[in-house]
Design a protein around this ligand. Structure first.
Ligand code: UD1
Length: 417
C-alpha cells in the first residue's frame, strides 16, 4: 500500500492549477445515463472515484472514450444493464447517483445499498422516499435497492434533511418524468448547480438550482451535450489551508473565490491575505495563523469537507478553537491521528476543542477517510521532522496528484510504493 513521506518545515510558495471538482464530475457522469446520445465532458479530474464510476457505467453498457484533449465521452446509446453491483458500490457511496437516472431512463434499476461509511451512517432513505413520491415501486432485497416505474411522475418532494446527492438523484430522475417535480429543502451546493447546467445543456427544463426550491419539468428525452466540470472548491480550500498553515504565499489557478466564501472568511480570520483573481485566488500569510472557530452546515455555510483541514490549521494556530460538526456524526477520526503528532485536541460529542501548540512533531499516522487524509498531510507539512501518512488510497479517491502539486509549491513530500 502506498504511503506519503513528508519532511515538514517548508513554506509553500508558488502557483498550482486546481482540478475539476470530484463532487461535480461524479453526478454529471451519471447524467450520461439519461440520454441515448453522447455526453462530452472537459476538466474531469483523474481520480480513483472517477475510475470506479467509469467501471460501473461501463458494466451497464455505457461506451467510454477519451478525445485528444483528454475530454471524456460517455455514450449510453446501448445501455443494457441497469445494475450496480455491491463490489463497486461499496468502494464509493456516490454510486447511488446512478439510481435516479437508471430508473428514469430504463424504468427499472437494481443498485446495491452503499452500506456504512467511516464518517457516519449515511443512509439513503431520502433518495428512496423522493423516488417513491414520484411513483416508483421500491423494495430492498438482499442488500439491493430494486426500483421500478413505468414512467416516473412529477411530484412535490420535501426533503427532511438537506442532502446533496439526494437532491442530485431526484433532479436527474425528474428530467424524464411526466409532469413537474418540485424539490423543497434542496441542497444549494455549487455542484448541484453545475449538474443542473449540464442537464439544461442536454435539454432539461430546470429552474431554481442553487436555491432551496428546484423545479423540473419533465421531457420525453434528453440529447447529447458538451460540458466543462467546475473547479474543485474543496481541493482549492485544502491548498489554501496548507499554504496558511506553513506561513506561505500561493496562487491557485483555474478556480474561483466565489465558490468558497465561508472558507475564505475563516482564512481571513486566521490572518491570511486573500485576493480573488479572475482565474483564481491568491493567499499570503504575514505571521503565524490565529485560531478560528467553525461550525459545519450545508452550503453556503462552512463545508464539512473542509473541517478536518481547518482542525490541522488550528493545531498550530495561536489560541484555542472550537469546531462543531453538524453533518456527519463520526467525522473527528483525524483528531486521534493529529494527537499522535502532538496536537492538543479534546473531543466531546460533535465538538472539538483545539488548543494551538507551538510545534507538531513528525510521526507515522494513518489516514481514515478522504478529508481526514488531507488534514494529516497539512499537519505533516508543518510538523518538525518526518511524517509518514499511511493508507493514502483515501487521498487518491479525491485529490489529483496531490504530492506532485504540493512538491511544485516547495513541499518536501514523496510517495513510497
Ligand atoms: C455529499 C458529498 C460529500 C459531502 C456531503 C455533505 C458528493 C459525492 N459527496 O455527500 O463530499 O461531505 O455531501 O456536504 O457530493 N442523509 C440521510 N438520508 C439520506 C441522505 C443523507 O439521513 O437519504 C444524511 C446524511 O447521513 C448526512 C446528511 O444527510 O448526515 C447530509 O448528507 P448528504 O448531503 O446526503 O451527503 P452526500 O450527498 O452523501
Amino acid at each position: 500500500m502506498d504511503k506519503l513521506l513528508i519532511q515538514g518545515g517548508a513554506r509553500l510558495e508558488g502557483e498550482v492549477r486546481i482540478s475539476g471538482a470530484k463532487n461535480a464530475a461524479l453526478p454529471i457522469m451519471c447524467a450520461a445515463l439519461l440520454s441515448a446520445e453522447p455526453l462530452r465532458l472537459a476538466n474531469v479530474p483523474h481520480l480513483r472515484d472517477v475510475t470506479t464510476l467509469l467501471s460501473l457505467l461501463g458494466g451497464m453498457g455505457v461506451a467510454v472514450s477519451l478525445d485528444e484533449k483528454l475530454g471524456l465521452e460517455l455514450d449510453a446509446g446501448n445501455l443494457h444493464s441497469p445494475f450496480a453491483p455491491y463490489d463497486l458500490v461499496k468502494t464509493m457511496r456516490a454510486s447511488i447517483l446512478v439510481l435516479g437516472p437508471l430508473l428514469a431512463r430504463c424504468g427499472e434499476a437494481r443498485v446495491s445499498l452503499p452500506g456504512g461509511c467511516a464518517i457516519g451512517q449515511r443512509p439513503v432513505d431520502l433518495h428512496i422516499k423522493g423516488l417513491q413520491a414520484m411513483g416508483a415501486e421500491i423494495n430492498v432485497e438482499h442488500g439491493y435497492i430494486i426500483a421500478r416505474a413505468k414512467r416516473l411522475k412529477g411530484a412535490r418532494v420535501f426533503s427532511d434533511l438537506v442532502t446533496v446527492t439526494g437532491t442530485e438523484n431526484l433532479m436527474m430522475a425528474a428530467c424524464l418524468a411526466d409532469g413537474t417535480t418540485l424539490i423543497e429543502n434542496a441542497a444549494r451546493e455549487p455542484e448541484v448547480v453545475d449538474l443542473a447546467n449540464c442537464l439544461k445543456a442536454m435539454g432539461a427544463n430546470i429552474e431554481g438550482a442553487g436555491s432551496d426550491k428546484i423545479s423540473i419539468e419533465g421531457v420525453n428525452a434528453l440529447a447529447g451535450a458538451t460540458h466543462r466540470i467546475m473547479p474543485d472548491r474543496i481541493e482549492t480550500g485544502t491548498f489554501l489551508v496548507a499554504a496558511a498553515a506553513t506561513g506561505g504565499s500561493v496562487r491557485l489557478r483555474n478556480t474561483s473565490a466565489h465558490l468558497l466564501a465561508a472558507v475564505v472568511d475563516k482564512l481571513r480570520e486566521a490572518g491570511a491575505n486573500i485576493t480573488a483573481e479572475e482565474d483564481g485566488i491568491a493567499l499570503a500569510m504575514d505571521g503565524p495563523p490565529l485560531s478560528v472557530n467553525l461550525r459545519t452546515a450545508p452550503y453556503p455555510a462552512f463545508p464539512t469537507d473542509m473541517q478536518a483541514q481547518f482542525m490541522a490549521l488550528d493545531c498550530v494556530a495561536r489560541g484555542t478553537a472550537v469546531l462543531t460538526e453538524t453533518i456527519f456524526e463520526n467525522r473527528f477520526m483525524h483528531a486521534l491521528e493529529l494527537q499522535r503528532l502532538g496536537a492538543d485536541i479534546e473531543i466531546s460529542g460533535n465538538t472539538a476543542v483545539v488548543k494551538g501548540v507551538p510545534q507538531l512533531e513528525g510521526a507515522t499516522v494513518m489516514a481514515t477517510d478522504l478529508r481526514a487524509s488531507a488534514s494529516l498531510v497539512i499537519a505533516g507539512l508543518v510538523a518538525k521532522g518526518d511524517t509518514v501518512v499511511e493508507r493514502i488510497y483515501h487521498l487518491d479517491r479525491g485529490y489529483e496528484c496531490i504530492e506532485e502539486k504540493l512538491a511544485q509549491l516547495g513541499a518536501r513530500i514523496k510517495r513510497i510504493h
